[in-house]
Design a protein. Sequence first.
Length: 414
Amino acid sequence: MAKVRPFKAVRPAEHIAEKVIAPPYDVMNREEAEEMVKEKPHSFLHISRSEVDMPEQPDPYDESVYRKAGENLKKFIDEGTMIREENPVFMIYGQTMDGRTQTGIVGCASIDDYENDVIKKHELTRVEKELDRINHFKGANAHTEPVFLTYRKSGKVELLKKGWMDKHEPQYEIESEDGVKHKVWVVDDAEVNRAFQDAFKDIPELYIADGHHRSASAYKVGANMRKEHPGYTGDEEFNFFMAVIYPADELYVYEYNRVVKDLNGNTPEEFLEKINKAGFKSKEWTGSDVHPERKGEFAMYLKGKWYRLEVSPDIVPDDAREGLDVSVLQNSLLDPILGIKDPRTDGRIDFVGGIRGSKELEKRVDDDMEVAFLLYPVTMEDLFAVSDRGQTMPPKSTWFEPKPASGLFLHELS
C-alpha cells in the first residue's frame, strides 16, 4: 500500500500567485531563465534557478548558488510572497491544456516506499543531476518542485477529489504563459485529509512518470538526515517528499523523437538500403499529416523527404522493454547502422519532445542534423509493464505534457 500524507505546504499568497508561477527548473537553460525573470521579482525561478540573481557566478552548481536559493526562499516567506499552512493539508491540482484536463493530489510520498519499490521507477539517473538536486534541496531546506507520480485509477480517491471540487472554489485559477490553465484547491478539512490518506492505502503501487532525479535526490537527502538524527521516528518531514499524484487515465504521453548528426559514413542511398535489410521497410510518406498511427511504425526525415518505416515483426522481441519502439529503433538501427552505442552519452544524437511536432524535426535536420526519427508514443500500459518487471526504459522514452508548474507549492524538510 502507498503511504501518502498531507503536509504544511508553503504556497504563494493568493493575490500574487500568478506572478510566482514558473516553468519547471529543467526546461530552460541559464540564458533563457535570466530572460524569463526580467522585471519579474516574484518569479519562482529566483528560487528554482537562483543563479539568475548571480551574474558574477558562472558556475550554476557552485555552493553559493544553492545557498542563494535558500536566501531567496526565506525572503519570499518573510515578505509574504509565500505563505505557510498552519496545519497539514492535501491539495488538488488541475491542469488544462488543449481542452484536456488532468487533476492530481498534491501530498508527500514516503522515502521508504521509494526504497522498497512501492514507488516504481522506469529510468536510470545520472549522478551529476542527482547531486544538483541534493544540493538544491539542502540549500533551500525544502523540496521546491514536486515529483510527477501516477497510479491506476482509484474510485475512492476520485470520489473524494470530485466531492471537494464540487463544493469548494479553488484558491488559484491561473493561466500560465504557455496557455496551460492551473487550478489549486487546498483541502483544509482534517477529516477529509484523513480520508484521502486512507484511500491511498488501498493503492498497491505508485509510478514515477517524471522526476526520477528529484525523487532519487529526495530519497538520498532523507536517508542522510536519518543518519544525522539517529533517534528519528519516521514522522519527520525529511522522511517524505512532495509529489503530484495523477490517475493514469488522465495523462497524455507524447513521443520522444531522435535526431542524428550524420549517417555514419553512409550515403543516403546506402543508408536506405541498410535499414530496409535490417527490417525497416521504407517508402515515401504521402499526405501532410506526418505522424505514426500505431506501434511498429516510424516516420523518418532524410534529405528533405519524409519516409514511413514499417517494422518487421521478426525483429521485435517479446519483452516489455526490448519490444518498445524506442528499443527496436536503438537496437536494430541506431546502434548497428548509425553507430550510436550509448544514446545517453553519444554527442551525435539529440532528443526532441513530441510536443514540438514534425516541423521542429525538419528544422533540426535542415539546420545541423542529417536524419530524424518520429516515433509512436509509449503508452501508460507500456510504462506500467516495464516498471512492474523492475526494468528501465531506454533514455528519453516519454514526454508528459502538461508538466506540474513550479512555485505553486513546496515542502519544507524541517
